[in-house]
Design a protein around this ligand. Structure first.
Ligand SMILES: [Fe+2]
Ligand SMILES: [Fe+2]
Length: 191
C-alpha cells in the first residue's frame, strides 16, 4: 500500500529554488530583488493588495535563465544568437513556471513574462509593460546594477542606478528606491 507521504505533491517553490541553483548568481539576485521589492511595497501605499504576487514575481522573475547554456552567463561579446536566447528568458521563464506550478497566480506569470518590457515598447518583448511588472523591473534592475556581476567591470552606485531607473519606472517606485538607498547609506555611515 502506498503511504500518504508518497502521494503528497512537493512544494513548487522548493522545486523552483532547486532549479534556480543551476544558474550562477541567480538565487542571490532573486533574494536581493525580493528584499528590495519588500521594502518598496512597505513604502508605496496601495501595493499591499498585490504584495504576494510582487514578492513571488521578484523571486522568480529570472527563472528562464536556467535554460541558458552555462557559458552564456559570463560570455562577452555576445553573438546575435546569444542575444536572441537572452531576450527569450522572460518567455522561457513563464513557460517553465507554468509547467512546474500550473495553478500559480497569473499575476506572477505576467511579472515573469514582462519584467524586461518598458514603456513605449522599448524593452523586450516589444510590448507595453503592466504596472506590477514595472515595479519588479525597477527593483531587479536596482539589484542588478548595484551588485557585483562577473561580466561587468564595476558596479553602479545607488544614485546612478536610480538615475537610470527613473527614466522609465513609475515616479513613486523610483522615489521609494531613493528613500531606501538614503536609509541604507545612513545605516552604513553609522558603521
Ligand atoms: Fe531578466
Ligand atoms: Fe533579473
Amino acid at each position: 500500500m502506498i503511504g500518504t507521504n508518497a502521494l503528497r505533491q512537493p512544494d513548487p517553490l522548493i522545486i523552483l529554488t532547486g532549479v534556480m541553483q543551476n544558474a550562477p548568481g541567480l538565487l542571490q539576485h532573486s533574494r536581493d530583488t525580493v528584499s528590495i521589492t519588500q521594502r518598496v511595497v512597505d513604502e508605496v501605499p496601495g501595493l499591499g493588495e498585490i504584495k504576494k504576487a510582487l514578492i513571488l514575481g521578484a523571486y522568480l522573475h529570472d527563472i528562464g535563465k536556467v535554460t541558458w547554456p552555462a557559458e552564456l552567463h559570463t560570455k562577452f561579446p555576445l553573438s546575435k544568437y546569444d542575444r536572441k536566447v537572452i531576450e527569450d528568458h522572460p518567455r522561457a521563464g513563464a513557460n517553465l513556471l507554468r509547467g512546474i506550478w500550473p495553478d500559480v497566480d497569473p499575476l506572477v506569470l505576467e511579472i515573469v513574462a514582462l519584467h524586461h518590457t518598458r514603456p513605449g515598447r522599448r524593452g523586450y518583448p516589444p510590448v507595453e509593460p503592466t504596472y506590477p511588472a514595472l515595479v519588479v523591473a525597477a527593483c531587479e534592475v536596482f539589484s542588478a546594477m548595484t551588485s557585483f556581476r562577473p561580466y561587468r567591470a564595476g558596479t553602479a552606485t545607488a544614485a546612478e542606478a536610480i538615475a537610470c531607473i527613473e527614466k522609465w519606472a513609475p515616479a513613486e517606485i523610483a522615489g521609494a528606491l531613493k528613500i531606501i538607498a538614503t536609509h541604507e547609506a545612513l545605516q552604513n555611515s553609522k558603521g
